[in-house]
Design a protein around this ligand. Structure first.
Ligand SMILES: *Cc1c(COP(=O)(O)O)cnc(C)c1O
Length: 377
């Protein structure tokens, strides 16, 4: 059987975890490996501050607190995304204003954002689907004009960029995921990226249960106390040790994934030119990270038989998000601004193919062969 995903193993994970347990005797958060991970993100992606979190979900929650989102505020986001993108803001009492996506990248349509802005709007949350960037120049210009925060959900965008700038470093805050389904992983984990140093101290406090514990450890205050709202958003050193091993091999993991992605593309483009399927579109100024390879079938019915066909051959291909605006909680906490021209329609056609670091040529050949077989019938 060919799984949809196999979590990446780079090689040094166990060695570093052993080091944490047997040598460092430090398994709670913010030890040496967490610091190494912070420095790696900061220097690799040229960002003022990075803080590891227990998940991207929690990084988004931290961002919502840092944006000072209050009950009654509105936050603009796509409906074609993971629940955490919007839950983080709903937890602060915000209403989500969904806007339609572009059919080519499945990202928020930057040309529809301005019409969704009201006097209550506080933030825009672009999601870089499949590690392909949203139109950040346009989004940042709108945010500047209306004085709004931009929180980039770059859960899938680690190692991608937009006009040479790393995803997650363009908005006020960016969030990464290191869940096992993402390109670099520690099981469950994430990071928040902070562009402006004026938010760093508050971010450290929110992440440490609302206390100034980080300042205490740096010797900047002689005791630590409760100073703000917060939660426990820092991961254990065991997770950080695992993650650091992945960071060390980030270029190799990225190159390997890109090779697999390009192979799918080249092998399937004939089916696209014959009009059977559609392949992902990557805008020229966006460097993606091969987070995902998807195809679009004709419609929902064809997609269902496509998934079943591959499943019978032992290949796990899967669909993705059910649009949030039509979900039970979406109806309660949000509204769709404008017309849902593409969100529902395109989400029903999309299917993701297996893609992971350790995928073999033999497995990929079989997948490609079976897809061609499906469309020859
Ligand atoms: C995976 C993902 C998340 C959540 O990441 P966790 O680390 O599992 O919390 C949020 N947003 C998007 C777009 C994702 O793909």
């Amino acid at each position: 059987m060919i799984n949809f995903n196999v979590p990446p193993v780079a090689g040094n994970e166990l060695k570093y975890i052993e080091d944490v347990i047997l040598q460092k005797h430090k398994i709670s958060g913010d030890g040496e490996y967490t610091k190494k991970c912070h420095h790696w993100i900061e220097s690799k992606f040229k960002i003022k501050k990075a803080l590891l979190t227990t998940s991207c979900t929690h990084a988004l929650e931290m961002a919502a607190i840092l944006c000072d989102v209050q009950p009654g505020d509105e936050v603009i986001a796509p409906s074609f995304t993971f629940v955490s993108t919007v839950n983080a803001f709903v937890l602060r009492g915000a209403t989500i204003v969904f806007v339609d996506i572009r059919p080519d990248t499945m990202n928020i349509d930057e040309n529809l954002i301005e019409a969704a802005i009201t006097s209550k709007t506080k933030a825009i949350v672009p999601v870089h689907y499949a590690g392909v960037s949203c139109e950040m120049d346009k989004i940042m210009a709108i945010a500047k004009k209306y004085n709004l925060y931009v929180v980039e959900d770059a859960a899938q965008g680690v190692m991608s960029d937009y006009r040479g700038q790393a995803l997650g470093t363009i908005g006020d805050f960016g969030t990464f995921s290191f869940h096992e389904t993402k390109n670099y992983s520690c099981g469950e984990g994430g990071a928040i990226l902070i562009r402006d140093s004026k938010y760093i101290e508050r971010a450290e406090i929110i992440r440490e249960k609302g206390t100034n514990r980080s300042r205490f450890f740096r010797g900047q205050v002689d005791k630590y106390s409760w100073v703000d709202v917060g939660s426990s958003y820092l991961p254990s050193e065991i997770n950080a040790a695992y993650l650091y091993a992945q960071f060390e091999s980030a270029d190799l993991i990225n190159d390997t994934r890109m090779t697999i992605w390009n192979r799918y593309y080249n092998e399937l483009k004939l089916l696209e030119s014959e009009g059977y399927i559609e392949l992902p579109k990557i805008p020229e100024h966006c460097q993606h990270n091969a987070h995902m390879f998807y195809i679009k079938c004709k419609d929902l019915e064809e997609r269902t038989s496509f998934i079943d066909y591959l499943k019978n051959e032992g290949i796990m291909a899967v669909f993705h998000y059910i649009p949030l605006h039509s979900a039970e909680a979406g109806l309660r906490f949000g509204r769709f601004n404008g017309v849902d021209k593409y969100t529902t329609l395109e989400s029903e056609r999309l299917v993701r193919l297996p893609l992971y670091y350790s995928m073999t040529d033999t497995d990929q050949n079989l997948i490609i062969e079976k897809i061609k077989e499906f469309y020859s019938k």
